[in-house]
Design a protein around this ligand. Structure first.
Ligand SMILES: [Zn+2]
Length: 104
């Protein structure tokens, strides 16, 4: 896509460092998948990913965190990790069948 900030650069897949501030807490998440403008460096993060980051920040606020830096991979909830397991491994997790997507 063409960058909406400089209107001349093309974006390419890369990673971004996202800083979220919430109720006095600051959470910095590194290695977030994003599209980055080759011209001006503007970063575009998908809505679904942004929503997940906000959820992570909320959890950090509830845990009493004031400043935290974490990699994106660690910010993913367990459920997401389970859904990305190949079926051959999911079969061995009979204790969480209700969490797994159907048709596996
Ligand atoms: Zn740009």
């Amino acid at each position: 896509m063409t960058c909406v900030i400089c209107k001349s650069g093309e974006t390419q897949l890369g990673t971004a460092t996202v800083t979220l501030e919430r109720e006095g807490a600051t959470v910095v998440i590194k290695g977030v998948p994003a599209r980055v403008c080759k011209n001006c460096g503007e970063e575009y993060v998908e809505e679904a990913i942004t929503a997940r980051l906000l959820k992570t920040t909320d959890e950090a606020v509830r845990a009493g965190v004031q400043v935290d830096v974490r990699p994106y991979a660690a910010a993913q909830p367990l459920l997401v990790l389970l859904q990305h397991l190949p079926p051959c491994i999911s079969r061995f997790l009979p204790f969480v069948p209700h969490l797994l997507p159907e048709h596996r």
